[in-house]
Design a protein around this ligand. Structure first.
Ligand code: NIG
Ligand code: FE
Length: 419
């Protein structure tokens, strides 16, 4: 059978981010996109074969141009497919009632402590069948894809029993199999202390450690293990035990850290060698310095800060301190019900002092590293998967400047046009 060949031609800017597959970009390197003007990109059987100036690519493959499907990107921006490294994709129900309560002064933690918040979504998700969860997740994935997102991470954490956590992870696995968007799974049994264990949270922590983590790992249902380390949820000490249990079972640590209050979450992430620490609105300077030293990726979620009407994490400070920064939606029904990774990039610029180039690095290659996919996706280089977005803007700065608009025009997943 002949190879499927695609040739993307004449991109006004082709953002390659070349040379970033081994490690996330830090400091000034986050601001260097390695752009080719008037670029061309040759794809064979789903993989990138060659990237260069259009005329050079055309000359190199002149004998085979007739075999290629040509995509004309004149006047357009070509980037790696966006990667969203922190979502709570699989859940049932919605919480617009809480949004309305917050608009009238209630806080996120008050609502959660009164049995709403994560608990409300847990009840709805426990009641939902595989089919309902699949269908809800599929709709959100379709929307992610329309915005140019080609890979996401998805957490469990709305089951909070072994049975229902497994149900969420299985649904995420089925979505990965059946939907063009790739999904990387994270177990987050420690997302909240379920109401049944309110009186004795350590009993629940022991269940997570001794029952859930071993079974999830045995069944290969996740690659990462995450915990909501926050006052009133899990303490740093409990979080450490949970993350260490994951490590012992081959699940790589991630952590929801310092979201509402400073709680030494960034410090814990660094000392345990977490792949990423996420949120970090209230991370301490010491914690940030420790993360830079340990190479922990900061996954920043400015949509969550925006939606909770809180001050964003200080992305600028983190980059300047040498922390590799990635961006994500945090897509979830309570604190960030959005699927627009491009909007998050806009907020990264407008609320966290990041440049137009830095947010693109943060939503592609650094996001890929935050889910251990830096060698396969996140940049446009020979041998990488042809996950590509063509935006209908002439340069990467317009992507941020013309904010709040979905500029994704064509999306390729493994070399195939899916949008
Ligand atoms: O990342 N902070 C904890 N977990 C989610 C919110 C989950 C929810 O409210 O349903 C977050 O913001
Ligand atoms: Fe989250």
């Amino acid at each position: 059978m002949s190879k499927k060949i695609t040739f993307i031609r004449n991109a006004s800017q082709l953002v390659t981010l070349a040379g970033s597959s081994d490690a996330p970009l830090t400091g000034k390197k986050m601001d260097q996109l390695n752009i080719i003007e008037n670029g061309g990109l040759w794809i064979e059987d789903g993989l990138i074969e060659y990237v260069g100036v259009d005329g050079e690519v055309a000359e190199r493959y002149k004998d085979r141009i007739g075999e290629a499907e040509i995509i004309d990107a004149t006047g357009k921006l070509v980037t790696p497919g966006l990667v969203d490294p922190h979502t709570h994709l699989v859940y049932a129900g919605s919480r617009e009632n809480e949004f309305n309560m917050r608009l009238q002064g209630a806080t996120y933690m008050e609502i959660m402590n009164q049995g709403g918040g994560i608990h409300a979504t847990t009840s709805a998700t426990r009641e939902a069948s595989h089919e309902v969860l699949f269908e809800e997740g599929r709709k959100r994935l379709d929307q992610f894809l329309l915005h140019g997102v080609t890979t996401i991470e998805a957490k469990s954490g709305y089951g909070l029993t072994l049975e229902h956590e497994i149900k969420q992870l299985e649904v995420a696995g089925q979505l990965h199999e059946q939907h063009p968007v790739d999904i990387v799974r994270t177990f987050m049994g420690a997302h909240a202390v379920p109401s049944e264990y309110k009186a004795d949270p350590d009993v629940f922590v022991d269940k997570v450690i001794h029952e859930m983590i071993p079974e999830v790992a045995r069944r290969n249902l996740a690659e990462f293990n995450d915990v909501f380390c926050e006052r009133g949820v899990f303490t740093p000490e409990q979080s450490k035990r949970i993350l260490e249990a994951g490590i012992n079972h081959g699940l790589l640590p991630k952590i929801h850290a310092d979201e509402i209050e400073p709680y030494e979450g960034a410090e814990l992430a660094a000392s345990i060698g977490a792949v990423s620490a996420d949120h970090l609105l209230r991370a301490s300077d010491k914690g940030i310095a420790m993360m830079a030293e340990a190479g922990v990726i900061a996954v920043l979620l400015p949509g969550t800060a925006f939606f909770l009407m809180a001050e964003s994490a200080d992305g600028r400070k983190m980059i300047d301190a040498g922390v590799p920064v990635a961006l994500s939606t945090d897509c979830n029904p309570g604190s960030s019900p959005t699927v627009s990774t491009p909007l998050i990039m806009n907020l990264g610029c407008l609320r966290m002092g990041m440049t137009s180039a830095e947010v693109l690095t943060a939503a592609t290659i650094n996001a890929a590293h935050a889910i251990k996919r830096g060698k396969e996706i996140g940049s446009l280089e020979k041998g990488k998967k042809a996950d590509i977005v063509i935006f209908d803007v002439p340069n990467y700065m317009q992507l941020q400047y013309r904010y709040g608009v979905n500029h994704a025009h064509t999306v390729l997943k493994g070399g195939v046009i899916v949008v």
